[in-house]
Design a protein around this ligand. Structure first.
Ligand code: SAH
Length: 238
């Protein structure tokens, strides 16, 4: 693994004063639980070694409320405040696998939430532009990722429906909230050959991968069903 691109776990063992103050400690117990989580996800069908390695390296308990730390390594979504959740680890792995991340990719993520998914994308060598409509979540994710010194993640407090037109085109776009229809504005921000991974549906969402084959030509692939928090318009100031 190219250590220049891949997030170096040694940075966490050499804990800085700031990390200690913030209670960011990764114990052997956490590491053990994380290893078992990775085994579980692999068993469910995720084969990409880079993704499994990233999930096995990144301490998920840093991204949850302290009260939920004990549950951080269960394969479940958990509350992160403001009625939002950190996605289930399997879902993170599933969406990341469909995205086919390559080193150096420019990726737009809609729904920063805790910043966990964005961190996984960065660990795979991507440049991540992540949008969140809830200011409080965007700010706390930004603070945590700075503390952890995970590189190449840019935070935007905005309505994700608009994307980031002035930074387009993106190689990949990942939507981590449940949409009710195809977002045309985001499709226009894809590079030719790039694709968007997005769950679409009312109560239950079908995972879609839509690839921009040519300027006006798109290919659509459908995958499994999931349940996401809703993709909502507008912003929420803290
Ligand atoms: N990727 C996140 C999980 C996100 S949950 C993680 O790794 O923790 C979905 C997130 O999408 C929520 O934080 C929600 O506030 C956000 N969201 C919903 N609609 C949005 C929109 N229009 N623009 C930006 N973010 C949105």
């Amino acid at each position: 693994m190219d250590k220049d691109y891949f997030y170096d776990p040694r940075k966490l063992t050499k804990i800085t004063a700031g990390q200690k103050r913030a209670g960011l400690v990764d114990s052997y117990r956490h590491k053990g639980m994380r290893k078992r989580l990775v085994q579980k996800i692999a068993k469910k069908g995720i084969q990409d070694k880079r993704i499994l390695e990233a999930i096995g390296t990144l301490p998920r308990h840093f991204f949850l409320d302290k009260a939920f730390e004990e549950w951080a390594y269960q394969d479940k979504p958990f509350p992160i405040g403001n009625e939002q959740t950190i996605s289930q680890p399997y879902t993170v792995a599933y969406q990341t696998a469909l995205l086919q991340v390559e080193k150096g990719d420019k990726i737009l993520e809609i729904g920063t939430g805790s910043g966990y998914q964005a961190s996984i994308l960065s660990m795979l060598g991507a440049h991540v532009y992540t949008i969140e409509r809830q200011e409080a979540l965007s700010l706390s994710a930004k603070k945590l990722i700075k503390e952890l010194r995970i590189p190449r993640i840019h935070f935007y407090f905005k309505d994700g429906f608009e994307g980031l037109p002035y930074l387009a085109p993106f190689d990949k776009i990942l939507v981590t909230a449940g949409a009710t229809q195809k977002p045309d504005i985001l499709l226009q921000q894809l590079a030719i050959g790039g694709h968007i991974v997005i769950p679409i549906g009312q109560d239950i969402q079908v995972m879609h991968r839509i690839t921009r084959i040519a300027e006006h030509e798109f290919k659509e692939e459908l995958f499994d069903n999931f349940k996401f928090v809703p993709f909502l318009g507008g912003i929420v100031k803290r």
